[in-house]
Write a protein that binds this ligand. Sequence first.
Ligand code: NDP
Length: 296
Amino acid sequence: MTAEIIDGKAFAAKLRERVATHVPDFVAAVGRKPGLAVVLVGEDPASQVYVGSKGKATVAAGMESFEHRLPDTTSEDDLIALVEKLNADDAVDGILVQLPLPDHVDDKAVIAAIDPAKDVDGFHVVNAGRLAVGEDALVPCTPLGCLMLLKDKLGDLSGLDAIVVGRSNIVGKPMAQLLLRENCTVTLAHSRTRDLPDVVRRADIVVAAVGRAEMVKGDWLKPGAVVIDVGINRLPPAEEGKKGKLVGDVAFAEADHVKAITPVPGGVGPMTIAVLLRNTLVAARARAGLDPVAGL
Ligand code: NDP
């Protein structure tokens, strides 16, 4: 493979370290640790693993972790009451409600209840709106992590053609906004886009966030493009009783003519928690009247 493999794991480890080195200054100035509250409703095994990893990473960065694990019978009103309690708790700088929520709970209502100043996932409409109009905002962790990897590889992104495939509120749309803010010419593609391979072929930057295994083929990618693969898809197992292989949305083995590409796993995935820690410190500093992004 001649394409450079972008090591998201190593980049994320450095970001986590950078956040951790700034935490003591916050503690000295404010007299307490930055705090992240994570709320999990139900027993979804993947969500349980994510919440556990987030808690451990928070403590490892020198911050306070508050975990709230609630049964999947929890009502929307009770969940919102907990969010409101966390909004009022001065020790809590960041609130993350792990998605997906059970069917009887409206995600939007719960996210809307989070104080935008503590919305470290960046999903609240106030933060989405601020990002869209170019104001300081808490930005969703996965797309912000993708942008960090792109800037590390390419430096100035100004004038580059970028395509984002997938228009979800948590990845695709904020990713497109971030690339626009960097002065890219941005195409936001989705399931109704016509001639997708041709549209992708024009791009210097390709961000794939679809959730379809190896959908983006090698011959869709321009030689020299930088490719960020957000997708996490599990292939059917080769043998019964074994787990299937994890692959991205890009046919990785066909992409050796690109400039650089993130692998799956080990690319974008590790960035999400690292950026969550960064966002928690940013939120904590902003609440304390300190420069939110200094040194980050
Ligand atoms: P969603 O299912 O919310 O959105 C998928 C998007 O892909 C939609 O906009 C959809 O279009 C579009 N799409 C579906 N089929 C096609 C197609 N054939 N051609 C073009 N576009 C298509 O997914 P998410 O954004 O939440 O996640 C995307 C992927 O990223 C998933 O694999 C997920 O697991 C992964 N992910 C990884 C994270 C990480 O690494 N930490 C974090 C978050 C997500 P339309 O709107 O028209 O339906």
